[in-house]
Write a protein that binds this ligand. Structure first.
Ligand code: UDP
Length: 471
């Protein structure tokens, strides 16, 4: 059937960088096929997002004022990645709840053909049902992890269900509240028309796609990696937030380094390590003797001068002036991961970071911290063999929770050396990582699996819309 009249889609992102970045990248995929997309956002988030995705006449933002004053937040803090403490985290959550009614009213008055919404907004279910339009859910996880979560429903065991295609034991047991929280939301998303996944079918694997469909009766659409959408180097560098270093500075530093000689170290947008842990990282990376780019989140809320940085071993930056670069704040991660000098990624295994590393063919050194990252670690290390584990045995809470166990400098050094020193294991892991990188790029190209999935999804949505018009 010829798809003539464009679809009208609304994308509703949640207020966290790790969710809104990929969802809005995915929105542009529909635009690139001639469909009309409105991203529902707030002023500060829209400003950031606009800088990192290609502009197009069919891509609009509809913003709702963020209730900063009502919840008691300073202007401009409109997502959980910009908060400075646990109190602000709760305030962003409260603001999110307050946005529900205005968004709902807007959608009811101007209904689209389909809503794509973060799974943290289960109320979109009733909204879409009342309007008789399909809702697609997005949770930002790999399907492997979704399967693992469903299979271990309400369990806080580290040993995952034996019904999964692989026998897997996590390195730490998930906190009971987390398992319950995620399962509640994952159950609710099963009421949607389908799940959009920021991954490509080859990395999750046919076995997990079949497992998901068989055990839930629900459909998953692999449309990623979202990070591979075409964009200018400037858009790449501004993805997520304004970077504290210029892309030029980063690239020219990396240009001066040998191929695969630099470890990139970054723990996403929500990890706040205590000084003692940062100190161990500094010692571990220095002892490994390898080059590095290390992203250390700004100490938010405090006017901390460089002299007061207790986490930095004395003379660390001077000794490593040639070898290392410390970025204090937001880094242009996509630019870094795609540079030939980067040979490994020491990562918290957030799903975006994972799939971005895979797209760049970069092997990972896994250090999960919270959320669903311990599941991602197993996909990376045991299931696909594209990374090695640092050996983290404690699950932390998101944001500003207390940490009991430190990952010591020896484990960090060992993890880095396992990939960066070369050797048979490292070569094999790198070969597989590069192979998956190639598959990722093929998936989003003409005729690739994600490209075809998007065509099929658009076809389905058009059919639903047209059938509704005829009824
Ligand atoms: N990111 C970045 N620069 C940084 C830190 C993070 O560009 O300094 C981006 C990264 O590329 C990824 C996202 O922020 O797209 C983080 O998402 P992820 O799922 O990896 O982790 P989260 O922040 O949700 O824990």
């Amino acid at each position: 059937m010829e798809e003539t009249r464009p679809l009208k889609l609304y994308f509703i992102h949640s207020l966290a960088a790790g969710h809104m970045i990929p969802l809005c990248d995915i929105a542009t995929l529909f635009v690139s096929r001639g469909h009309h997309v409105t991203i529902i956002s707030t002023p500060s988030n829209a400003l950031t997002l606009r800088k990192s995705i290609p502009s197009h006449p069919f891509l609009l933002f509809h913003t709702f004022p963020f209730p900063s004053e009502e919840v008691g937040l300073p202007d401009g803090i409109e997502n959980i990645s910009s908060v400075t403490d646990a109190d602000q985290l709760v305030k962003v959550m409260n603001a999110t709840t307050m946005l529900q009614t205005p968004i709902q009213n807007f959608v009811e008055e101007n209904p689209p053909d389909c809503i794509v919404a973060d799974f943290l907004f289960p109320w979109v279910h009733d909204l879409a049902n009342n309007l008789n339009i399909p809702r697609l859910a997005f949770n930002g996880f790999s399907l492997f992890t979704v399967c693992a979560l469903h299979s271990s429903s309400h369990s806080s065991n580290s040993l995952l269900s034996p019904t999964l295609p692989h026998s897997i034991t996590l390195n730490a047991s998930p906190p009971k509240e987390l398992a319950e929280f995620l399962n509640k939301y994952l159950e609710m998303e099963l009421g949607s028309y389908g799940l959009i996944v920021n991954n490509f079918a080859e990395l999750d694997g046919e076995e997990y796609i079949r497992y998901y469909e068989k055990t839930t009766g629900h459909k998953a659409w692999h449309l990623g990696p979202a990070s591979l959408i075409p964009r200018t180097p400037e858009e790449k560098a501004e993805r997520g937030m304004k970077s504290v270093v210029s892309m030029h500075e980063c690239v020219s530093w990396l240009d001066s380094k040998a191929e695969n000689s630099v470890v990139y170290i970054c723990f996403g947008s929500l990890c706040h390590f205590p000084d003692k842990q940062l100190y161990e990282i500094a010692c571990g990376i220095e002892a490994s003797g390898h080059g590095f780019i290390w992203v250390v989140p700004e100490k938010k809320g405090k006017e901390e001068s460089k002299e007061e940085e207790k986490w930095m071993p004395e003379g660390f930056e001077e000794r490593n002036a040639e070898k290392g670069m410390v970025i204090r704040g937001w880094a242009p991660q996509l630019v870094i991961l795609n540079h030939r000098a980067v040979g490994a990624f020491l990562s918290h295994c957030g799903w975006n970071s994972t799939v971005e590393a895979v797209s760049g063919g970069v092997p990972m050194i896994t250090w999960p911290v919270h959320g669903e990252q311990f599941y991602n670690e197993k996909l990376i290390s045991e299931v696909r063999g594209i990374g090695v584990e640092v050996g983290v045995a404690e699950w932390n809470s998101i944001g500003f929770g207390e940490r009991q166990m430190l990952v010591c400098r020896d484990s960090i050094e060992r993890g880095v050396r396992r990939i960066m020193d070369g050797g048979d294991e490292a070569q094999e892991v790198r070969r597989r990582a590069q192979e998956f990188g190639k598959k990722a790029r093929e998936a989003v190209g003409e005729g690739g699996s994600s490209h075809e999935n998007l065509t099929a999804l658009i076809h389905d949505l058009t059919r639903l819309r047209d059938a509704k018009l005829l009824s």
